[in-house]
Design a protein around this ligand. Sequence first.
Ligand code: MLC
Ligand code: AMP
Length: 452
Amino acid sequence: MLKALHGIHGDRADAVTIAGRSTSYEDLLGAARAVAADVAGAPAFAVTATASLETVAAVVGGLLAGVPVVPLPPDAGPAERDHILRDSGAAVVEVDFTRRAAASAVTAGAVTGGAGPGDPALILYTSGTTGAPKGVVHTADALAAGLDALADAWQWTAEDTLVHGLPLFHVHGLVLGVLGALRTGSRLVHTGRPTPGAYAAAGGSLYFGVPTVWSRIAADPAAAAALAGARLLVSGSAPLPTPVFRALSHLTGHAPLERYGMTETLITLSARADAVPRPGTVGTPVAGVRTRIAAEPGAEIGELQLTGPTLFSGYLGRPEATAASYTEDGWFRTGDIAAIDADGLHRIVGRASIDMIKSGGYRIGAGEVENALLDHPAVSEAAVVGVPDTDLGQRIVAFVVAEGVGAAELTDFVAAHLSVHKRPREVRFVASLPRNAMGKPQKRLLLSPDER
Ligand code: MLC
Ligand code: AMP
């Protein structure tokens, strides 16, 4: 799985830099072996996934030991953290990056000597439309298939220096942004935070960002100009607005490549490095992936469904939810509405459900935020939606029926119980929620026409 660490591409003192600290592969491997020896035999283990070398060592250690890693969002409040630990049965492991172990320590401890192709390697928690987050289980096989498909689509090699500053507890930052570098052998520079200034200073050939990051870079012409020497700028995790695509092309000289993925599917569609990117499209299926559109007769848009080697093995401990995410003939239902043009280029039109929000590239289930708000004693009803936002793509707006509480207190309440990025950016107090005959809130009626 981790080709670079096995010495295929040679080593250097700054093979991996995270938030200003660098390591060679050899030292990373030594630290990862120490983790592997500690966790050997456990069903799973968790790591507080700060942007740090410790997180990288933990994830590599899990792969070496054949024990799945559960990355915990570092800002997760008690409700979210307790749920993830209880649901996964994982204990939190503290990593000391100065500890090193020899190869013999791992084989003696881990017995398996690494995650085998079909073994669970990673468990990522992600929100559905309702309820608490579910654990998405991926095998080392699926991770390898996704990364090799990207290496093919982007001509991504050990010659590249990958730069990004995305969180290390999701597919984008962790799987593509860390394991991708370790598999291809490209140097990795993680900037700690994904700020325009940090991207500009990093001197990479390949840059990853969510659209919010690219939009902030496009608004900072000096930072954008500093990316002119790069080979590829890649956007994903949410739709890249066409004005941002055009501004980046103009300021950097590079039309950004857009690609589409999902926690459950890793990477599905991408523009290719050898084709001219077209704004508003997310390219073609990556190697091994097949897609189809489940459209009503005569319609061109419908739900995007897919099969392929990058798919998850299931939601941890939830066979019914896993089964429900597939069609009867075995295709995964993404919940995204899409169209495919005559050249095979895919366009993501939107989400099927109003209850799935994308804000700053983070996926947030409305139900989880509503439940957190309802836990506040002053709140009697809550409806959460994502409204269009030029910076975040969508911003979380909470409509609440409440007495004796202000917006800031409710925002802080959600930020403290769940994760900071799940907090409403705006709270609107209403006398009651519009409901249908079944008592279900009619969320679209809460929004003004330009917010729908
Ligand atoms: C603000 N803060 C608070 C707070 N309000 N803290 C506690 N309580 C409150 N009420 C603090 C935060 O802790 C943070 O501190 C700071 O304010 C800024 O936080 P923010 O406002 O939330 O950041 P923001 O600027 O909105 O972030 C934008 C962003 C971020 C783009 C940097 O959204 C981001 O990193 N997005 C990436 C999401 C991602 O990787 N998704 C991939 C999903 S995988 P401090 O100290 O931390 O600055 C996927 C698959 C695929 O989708 O296809 O890729
Ligand atoms: P997550 O599980 O956080 O990875 O979120 C997956 C969702 O992000 C998908 O179902 C899409 O709705 C959205 N998404 C990811 N990449 C793109 C993209 N390039 N364009 C539009 N939406 C995207």
